[in-house]
Ligand binder design. Sequence first.
Ligand SMILES: [Cu+2]
Length: 161
Amino acid sequence: MSFTINLAKKIALVSSILLLTLTTTLTAFTASAKGDLTKQTPIEIKVILGDKNNAMMFSPSTIEFETGKLYKLVLENQGPVKHYFSSDGLSQSVLTRKVQVNDASGTPIAEIKGTIREIEVYPGFQAQWWFVPVKAGTFNDLRCSIKGHTEMGMKGTIIIK
Ligand SMILES: [Cu+2]
């Protein structure tokens, strides 16, 4: 009789340990899944292209990001001529959610989706590049690809941590 009771107790103990282990394992899986990273609240970073005196520069010229966060990179052309924002390193290290283009009043007029390599911004306007960096690296290939602009100083560095 006592043997039967002991066995029943042992079975109950082993069962509860198994259940605890299973619950802990399931909780760990749930906690490590971050879901859709493109639906986070974006971190806004603004980069100015050129200026009113037609300086050939990005401001800031070194831009830092972290993997796994959603960014809204606002590219604003304050110069009198058009400029490009171009970096193969950045392009190959991010998942783009969209590029949003607004009209002069700030109303969205277009969203472009897919892989983006460079963005041309017209004088006085801006474009927003929404993306999640997925690879770390330092890229010294930020430039404006309009003839002569890189040579005159329109270049920079992208750092993804
Ligand atoms: Cu330029």
